[in-house]
Design a protein around this ligand. Structure first.
Ligand code: HEM
Length: 407
C-alpha cells in the first residue's frame, strides 16, 4: 500500500454526476423521512414535500441513466492500493449503488402509479410538467401498491445504510490507509483525471433528455381535456317570487386541500325562489347547476371532477338542490331539503340571511356544509380525506328583485 502516484481521479463527467446524484439522494432520504414519519410537519407543507420528493426522484432516475451511459464510455480509475477483500467489498458496494439508484426511484414511481390516491405527478409542482404514471392493471393495483410501498421504504433505508458504508470506506482509506480517496472524486486535487470523451458526454445527455422529454411528451398526449361549461339554457320558466340578478349573484364552494382552503367555482347555474318571510310554510327554492361547469382551483383534483370519481357529468349533467322546509334562526333562516347529485339524493340544510333595500330588492347570503364522502365524491382517490378534506363549504350571494305576488 505505498504507490499513491499511480492513483488517478475519476473523469470530470463522473464527478459531476456523482455529486449531483449524491446530493439528491441525501435530500430524498431527508424529505422522504420527514414527509412520511414526522407528524409535526404541517399538512400544508407535507403535500408540497411529496411533490418535490417525486420531482427529485425522477431527477435521480434521469441522472442515473446518464451515469450508466457515461460509465459505458469511460473506464473508472483502478482502485487505490488496498487489500483484495477491500477492493471486492468496494466493487460490490458500487454495483449495489447502481442497482438502488434505479430500483428505489422505480419502486417510488410504481407506488404512486398504483396508488388508490390518483394524485398526478407534476414535476416542480408545475401543471405543464406532468410526469406519466406507469400503467398498472386495475386487478393488481392494490397488490402492486402494497408491494412497491414496502420495497420502496426498505430499499430507500437500505440505500441510507449503504451510503454510510460507502463514506466509512472512503474515510478509512483517507485517514487510516493515508490513500487518496475523496480526492479521486474531487476536481481540485493533484491527481491526474481519467479522460472524458465527447461522444460519451453526448450519449449521456441525449439519453437523459430522451427519458425526461419522452416522459413529459407521453403525458401531453394523454392529458385530460378541459371541462366544458354546459349551457343550462334560458332561465327556468318555473314561477318565481324573485327574479335573480345573476350578474350580481354568486354561487361557489371551497374545500381544504392539504390544509389550505381551496376555491371551487360553479360557472352555470339557475335558481327559482319563492320566499316570503311572512309565509315560510309556502316557501320553496331550487337551484340547478350544470355539473360540467363545476371547477376546482387545484391541479391535482381538477382532472377528477367530471369523471367517475367526481360528478360523473356525462351520466348526470345536473346537480340540483331543492329546499322546501324553512324555519327562522334568530334574524336569519334555515332552509331544509335535498341535493340530487350523481343520481342520489342527500339531505341538506342551508343557513342564510336576507336583507332588503328601500326598492324592495333583496340580498340573501348563506352557506351550507356537505360531506363529500356522503355525496360519493372522491371515494376512489381519497376516501380518508388525507389530502382533500371531507367538508365542502358552499356559499352564495343572491341578489333578486321581487316578481309577482311575493314582495
Ligand atoms: C433515489 C430516490 C429516492 C429515495 C432515496 C427515496 C427515499 C424515500 C424515503 C426514505 C421515504 C420514506 C419512507 C418511510 O419512512 O415511510 C420515501 C417515501 C416515499 N417515496 Fe421515495 N425515494 C426516492 C424516489 C422516489 C420517487 C421517484 C418517487 C415517485 C415518483 C417516490 C415516492 C415516494 C412516496 C409516494 C413515498 C411515501 C411512501 C408511503 O407513504 O408509504 N420516491 N422515499
Amino acid at each position: 500500500m505505498s504507490d499513491t502516484h499511480s492513483v488517478r481521479a475519476y473523469s470530470m463527467g463522473a464527478m459531476i454526476l456523482h455529486w449531483l446524484i449524491a446530493a439528491l439522494i441525501l435530500t430524498q432520504l431527508a424529505v422522504g423521512f420527514l414527509m412520511s414519519r414526522v407528524d409535526s410537519v404541517p399538512d400544508t407543507l407535507r403535500f408540497a414535500m411529496f411533490q418535490w420528493h417525486k420531482t427529485f426522484g425522477v431527477a435521480v432516475l434521469t441522472l442515473t441513466i446518464a451515469r450508466i451511459a457515461w460509465r459505458l464510455f469511460h473506464t473508472p480509475p483502478a482502485h487505490a492500493p488496498m487489500s483484495r477483500a477491500e477492493a471486492t467489498a468496494a466493487s460490490i458496494v458500487h454495483v449495489l449503488f447502481y442497482a438502488l439508484m434505479l430500483i428505489v426511484p422505480l419502486t417510488g414511481w410504481l407506488l404512486v402509479s398504483a396508488s388508490s390516491t390518483g394524485i398526478p405527478t407534476f414535476l416542480f409542482l408545475s401543471q405543464s410538467l406532468v410526469w406519466p404514471h406507469i400503467f398498472v392493471p386495475t386487478s393488481i393495483r392494490a397488490t402492486v401498491e402494497t408491494v412497491s410501498d414496502y420495497a420502496h421504504i426498505i430499499l430507500a433505508y437500505g440505500f441510507g445504510l449503504l451510503l454510510v458504508l460507502h463514506v466509512a470506506g472512503a474515510l478509512k482509506h483517507s485517514l487510516i490507509d493515508k490513500m487518496p480517496s475523496f480526492s479521486r472524486m474531487l476536481p481540485l486535487g493533484w491527481l491526474t483525471r481519467m479522460p472524458s470523451s465527447a461522444i460519451g458526454a453526448l450519449v449521456s445527455v441525449v439519453l437523459a433528455l430522451c427519458f425526461i422529454g419522452g416522459g413529459l411528451a407521453i403525458s401531453q398526449t394523454g392529458a385530460p381535456t378541459a371541462v366544458n361549461a354546459a349551457n343550462l339554457g334560458p332561465t327556468s320558466a318555473a314561477p318565481s317570487g324573485w327574479v335573480i340578478d345573476k350578474a350580481k349573484s354568486k354561487l361557489a364552494y371551497s374545500i381544504n386541500f392539504s390544509g389550505t382552503p381551496t376555491a371551487g367555482t360553479i360557472g352555470t347555474w339557475d335558481a327559482t325562489v319563492d320566499f316570503d318571510p311572512d309565509n315560510l310554510a309556502a316557501a320553496k327554492a331550487s337551484i340547478s347547476i350544470a355539473a360540467a361547469s363545476v371547477d376546482f382551483d387545484n391541479p391535482f383534483v381538477k382532472p377528477n371532477i367530471s369523471g367517475d370519481d367526481g360528478l360523473q357529468t356525462a351520466a348526470h349533467p345536473l346537480v340540483e338542490v331543492v329546499l322546501d322546509r324553512f324555519e327562522r334562526a334568530g334574524a336569519a333562516y334555515i332552509g331544509h331539503g335535498n341535493v340530487l347529485i350523481r343520481g342520489a339524493t342527500v339531505p341538506v340544510s342551508v343557513a342564510f340571511d336576507m336583507k332588503r333595500d328601500e326598492t324592495g330588492r333583496a340580498i340573501a347570503t348563506g352557506s351550507a356544509e356537505l360531506d363529500r364522502l356522503v355525496l360519493g365524491l372522491g371515494l376512489q382517490n381519497d376516501a380518508k380525506g388525507e389530502w382533500l378534506d371531507k367538508l365542502i363549504r358552499v356559499s352564495f350571494t343572491l341578489e333578486a328583485s321581487p316578481s309577482g305576488p311575493t314582495s
